[in-house]
Design a protein around this ligand. Structure first.
Ligand SMILES: [Fe+2]
Length: 248
C-alpha cells in the first residue's frame, strides 16, 4: 500500500496568487500525478488546507480532492480556521476530507495530532504547541498497539537551522522524549515549513513534507518563494516504510 503526504495547500477562497504562486493550479497538478499512482490507499494532509480560513476555501479544497478515489485524512495548520471547519463538518459539507484522531492503514496506526494553539476564537499562533493531554494519549495508544504507529501533525518537532526554527513546535523536547520511548512509533510527519527536511531520532523517522503551494528555503530570506512544490509518497511493505518525493 502507498499513501501520499501532501501539505500546505493554502487554497484561497478567491483563487488568488500567493507569493507569486497559484495554489489551486499547483493542487490540480498534484492531483493529476496522484490520480496516476498505483496502489494508493490514502492521502495524509498535514495542515494549512486554506490560506484565508474562509468557508469557500474549504469547500473548494474538498471538491478538488474529491477527484481522488481515496480518503484524505487531515490535521489543521495555523492558517486553518477551526470554527469554520467544525461547522462545515456538522453540516456534512465536507465529503472527502476527514478529521479523525486515528485510523489504521495497512496495519499501521496513524494518529492525528493538533499542534495549533488558538489565542482567540479562529485566531492561531504561527508557532506550534502540543497539549499534555495529546502527548499522554499518544503515549498510551502506542503502548497498547501491537503494530507500528505513524504520527501526523502540522508543526515540525526538529530544528532545520535558519529562520524557520522560530516557528516550529515549542515543546518539541517533551514530545520527542515521549516518542523515543516507543520503538513502534516509526515516523512523525509534519508540514508548516514549506521546505522539506528529514531526521532520524532514536530510530524514529521525522519528515517535513515539501509544500504543494509556496516553497521557501530555510537558509534563504524569510518567505522568499523559490518554486519547488512537491509532495511525498510512502510505500508500506510489511514493517518497511520508504519515501519518494515527487515534484509537481
Ligand atoms: Fe503553510
Amino acid at each position: 500500500m502507498r499513501f501520499a503526504h501532501i501539505s500546505d495547500l493554502h487554497i484561497d477562497s478567491c483563487k488568488q496568487v500567493i507569493y507569486g504562486v497559484n495554489p489551486c493550479k499547483n493542487l490540480e497538478k498534484a492531483l493529476a500525478i496522484l490520480s496516476g499512482l498505483e496502489d494508493l490507499g490514502a492521502v495524509i494532509l498535514s495542515g494549512d488546507i486554506s490560506n484565508d480560513g474562509k468557508e469557500a476555501s474549504y469547500l473548494l479544497a474538498d471538491a478538488m480532492l474529491s477527484e481522488l478515489s481515496v480518503p484524505v485524512y487531515c490535521v489543521m495548520g495555523n492558517h486553518d480556521n477551526r470554527v469554520v471547519v467544525k461547522r462545515l463538518l456538522e453540516e456534512n459539507k465536507l465529503t472527502t476530507m476527514h478529521f479523525v484522531k486515528e485510523t489504521v492503514l495497512a496495519g499501521y496506526k496513524f494518529q492525528f495530532l493538533n499542534t495549533v494553539k488558538e489565542v482567540s476564537p479562529g485566531e492561531n499562533m504561527s508557532r506550534g504547541f502540543i497539549s499534555r493531554e495529546d502527548i499522554e494519549r499518544v503515549d498510551l495508544d502506542a503502548r497498547l498497539f501491537s503494530g507500528n504507529c505513524i504520527l501526523v501533525m502540522h508543526h515540525p518537532a526538529f530544528e532545520v537551522g535558519g529562520w524557520m526554527d522560530a516557528r516550529i513546535l515549542m515543546n518539541r523536547e517533551e514530545f520527542k522524549s515521549m516518542v523515543s520511548g516507543h520503538p513502534n512509533i516509526v515516523a512523525v510527519l509534519a508540514g508548516h515549513n514549506h521546505c522539506p527536511s528529514e531526521l532520524t531520532v532514536a530510530g524514529c523517522f521525522y519528515s517535513i513534507a515539501p509544500s504543494v503551494s509556496t516553497t521557501f528555503d530555510s537558509r534563504g530570506d524569510r518567505f522568499q518563494e523559490i518554486y519547488r512544490p512537491a509532495f511525498d509518497v510512502y510505500t508500506i511493505m510489511g514493517k518497511s516504510l520508504s519515501k519518494d518525493t515527487l515534484p509537481i
